[in-house]
Design a protein around this ligand. Sequence first.
Ligand code: SF4
Ligand code: SF4
Length: 427
Amino acid sequence: MILFPKNKQPELKPNQHLEVLETPFGVRALYDSVSFCNRCGTCAQVCPSYHLSRNEIDSPRGRNQAIRLILEGKLRPDVSVLQTSLAGCTLCGRCMQSCAGKIPTSDHVLEVYRWLDKPRLPILLHQLFSLRGSNPQKFALLFRFILHIRFCWNIAAFIPGLNWLKQASKRITQTPKLLSKILQAKIYENKKNPNFIYVPSFEAEFLMPEIALSSIKLIAKKGKTICWLNTPCGLFEYVYGNLPQSKRLLRKFIRKHQSIENGQVPLVTDSLDVYHFLQKAPQLFAKYKRMHRQAEQFATQVRYITDFFPAQITASFPDPVSLDYGTLFSRESHPIRQAHILFKTLFKQNFVECGYTDFDTPAFGYAFTAGNLNSQIMFELVKTIAQKQTKHIFTFSGLCALELNTAFNTLYPAAKAQHIVHLADKI
Ligand code: SF4
Ligand code: SF4
């Protein structure tokens, strides 16, 4: 299967791209997938970047049509208007939710990025986070060292896109205490025969260990042993780095999982971004039959932490409560539906439902790719929350909570965001 029309784009590097995209309507080559867009425009109603700019090129339809022109050799991918439009995509996956053809626009956008082959984050930050994949031990030492230098925090507070780090710095003094609690909480590294494998997110491992602690306590309520698997899974490289490295890391991750009880142990993560990425695992190995089968089997074992909430939970908040749906790639996965039902039953009229035309927190790093747009999205988001007088916001990842709290600090100090796992803390 060819990815791009032959003889039109000689500078293409096929090994930098996905062989096919796996959509709800079957496997498609990139060009077929883009061509399936019938230009109905339904998706524009839910796209945050289109809501702000009102330019056709910033809508999912506009992006798909531009990508189609690139693939047909009629448009160069490096024209600045297109680059701005691509950088404006938060990779949220809302458009796919509203599209009758389930067109994966966020995957199309990433394919063009891979084509351009340019780092999207500032170079030092890119190198630092790439180190997590190439040398996790060195990264852990270096990052923890950086975290303990207050000077770095003070600098970070002035860097757009990194100002949420200041929020995290307040927690650093609690970190050693929390880490020792985690170690006492029945974690057995490399232990044989675990019943569940806990996959901490980057933030739970380095910035917000309270998420790891609450997740472990929750999983332990099922009375099983937990094993900590913090090998990088390739998500960062999939979004910001190169695809071959992402595949290498994911393959290693799947094999490590396979080596524990023959791959039959469920993996539990506290980050919905990681969950959505691991669900995509088969797509990365479409060409390799055996690995594809393994990836499919692996994806069935991935769980999000809300799966471990007991059937009956009680939690009371005097004020309205809301859910921030900020995550990568999808707005209609099982954990989102599950959390939505849970909040409706638990908080009843106190649950403020955000229609899916509202804004939500973009993924980590987005502030670097589209600084101004990111501030506008955060402003609109906080405005919506304030208009609905919501003060308790639950998020699907720790980073979203950090970013939201940073925005609340200046715009709406009465509100507080926390990771959804903390809902179960008092059970
Ligand atoms: S991406 Fe889907 S919803 Fe959007 S214009 Fe194309 S077909 Fe319509
Ligand atoms: S993924 Fe999100 S930001 Fe990107 S085109 Fe779709 S709706 Fe718009």
